[in-house]
Design a binder for this molecule. Structure first.
Ligand SMILES: Cc1cc2nc3c(=O)[nH]c(=O)nc-3n(C[C@H](O)[C@H](O)[C@H](O)COP(=O)(O)OP(=O)(O)OC[C@H]3O[C@@H](n4cnc5c(N)ncnc54)[C@H](O)[C@@H]3O)c2cc1C
Length: 378
């Protein structure tokens, strides 16, 4: 079997690696891997703090993927011979004022009822763990199950594996000649599949100092403004991220930088001394229910295999019977979709890779992905 993957971001590459490990022939098509949202991402692996009311199926998938991360990280480092910055110190939820604290305590209660480990902490306990936090910090919590990785190192390691790359832009799935096609091109999947995947802009800063101000990932709320701070071993501090509905715009704005630096400095005053090394913006692939789309494209009744007719810019494509579309008389090919990972694509990469490789090779998976089927949007 040959597999063609559209998109060489963290999802496409994780799928490619898993299929490679199962002995399949894989080609990844991507004209510009530098566009990947993963190069902007902070790399929090946060099944606790990313859980939201009403998104229980998504949280279960995040926990499934988190369970796979230690082995995924170790095996990727072994296969590539490269470090990927996987760190397990856990995350601190940090609140500045009484109102912020009340919000964090409501979340702590929710996380607890969801069965994830979470431990409330006073301001003093937080400062014992992280002495550079502001003396004004009121309280928060410790989430030991939320880890982090450096997504740029993950992408570098995945790209070093013996995967075949083609720098072609796939604007029509019939251009992919393989038996199985995996659509994993992030926000670009809307045009190829007609699925409602939209770009959600995120601005993020990289600060740099001689040494780390903190050891833990800090997820803070200060005067109602949310921010996270992700320390890297080399002294980098990632500060993120805005969430903006602005289409495909990736402009870094003064307002975006201010919205991040203000709460960051309120919680960790030492950030103002750091060098502002990089400002950037990326596009998260979001869906109407914030959950990914995983699995075969839905087909018209009576059709076994899909061929997708591409949409023109601004219009979605559609799935048709191969006999209607494939003028050259070739057999239809299977099309699987893996996109819409929104805020958690890095976290969800290991479980997505398993699900998609299972579906590509056997047509079934034992991971519960019913809630993420493409059919919910058709
Ligand atoms: C600011 C920010 C912070 C984030 N923080 C985190 C975090 O802490 N933890 C976490 O888990 N996730 C985080 N994310 C989310 C994460 O980055 C995304 O969910 C993830 O990158 C999605 O991966 P993907 O491979 O589906 O898409 P992408 O990473 O966007 O990759 C898609 C690839 O497809 C290619 N492509 C597009 N169109 C075509 C085409 N027609 N033909 C061929 N190739 C094509 C592109 O060039 C690109 O390389 C963050 C995102 C942002 C923006």
């Amino acid at each position: 079997m040959s597999v063609g993957i559209v998109g060489g971001g963290v999802i496409g590459l994780a799928c490619a690696w898993e299929l490679l490990r199962r002995g399949e022939r894989v080609t990844v098509h991507d004209p510009d891997p530098g566009r990947s949202a993963g190069l902007v991402a902070a790399g929090m692996l946060a099944p606790t703090a990313e859980a939201n009311y009403g998104e229980e199926a998504l949280q279960a998938l995040m926990l499934e993927s988190m369970r796979r991360w230690p082995a995924f990280a170790a095996e990727l480092e072994a296969a590539s011979g490269m470090r990927i910055g996987y760190r397990t110190e856990g995350s601190l939820l940090v609140a500045l004022t009484d109102d912020d604290h009340a919000e964090v305590l409501r979340l702590v209660d929710y996380y607890r009822r969801a069965g994830t480990p979470i431990e409330p902490l006073t301001g003093r306990q937080l400062r014992e763990l992280e002495p550079m936090l502001s003396p004004r910090v009121r309280g928060g919590a410790f989430a030991p199950g939320d880890h982090q990785v450096d997504p740029r190192l993950v992408l570098r390691a995945l790209r070093s594996l013996p995967i075949r790359f083609e720098s072609t832009s796939i604007d029509d799935l019939s251009a992919v000649r393989d038996d199985v096609i995996i659509v994993a091109n992030g926000v670009g999947a809307a045009r190829l599949t007609g699925l409602p995947v939209r770009p959600v802009k995120g601005q993020l800063l990289r600060l740099r100092g001689a040494e780390s101000l903190v050891r833990h990932v800090i997820r803070g709320v200060a005067l109602g403004r949310h921010v996270y701070l992700v320390p890297r071993a080399d002294g980098e501090l990632v500060v993120g991220a805005t969430e903006e509905e602005r289409g495909a715009d990736t402009t870094v704005t003064a307002g975006g930088v201010l919205d991040l630096l203000r709460p960051a400095a309120d919680l960790l005053p030492g950030v103002v001394e750091l060098a502002l090394a990089e400002t950037l913006a990326g596009l998260r692939p979001g869906t109407p229910d914030n959950a990914p789309v995983l699995g075969p494209l839905p087909l018209p009744s009576g059709v076994d295999h899909a061929v997708v007719v591409p949409g023109k810019p601004g219009h979605s494509g559609s799935v048709v019977a191969p006999q209607l579309h494939d003028q050259r008389g070739e057999r239809g090919r299977r099309v699987l979709v893996a996109t819409g990972h929104y805020r958690n694509g890095v976290l969800l990469a290991p479980v997505t890779a398993q699900v998609i490789a299972d579906l590509a090779t056997t047509g079934a998976t034992n991971v519960d992905v019913e809630a993420f089927a493409t059919a919910r949007f058709t």
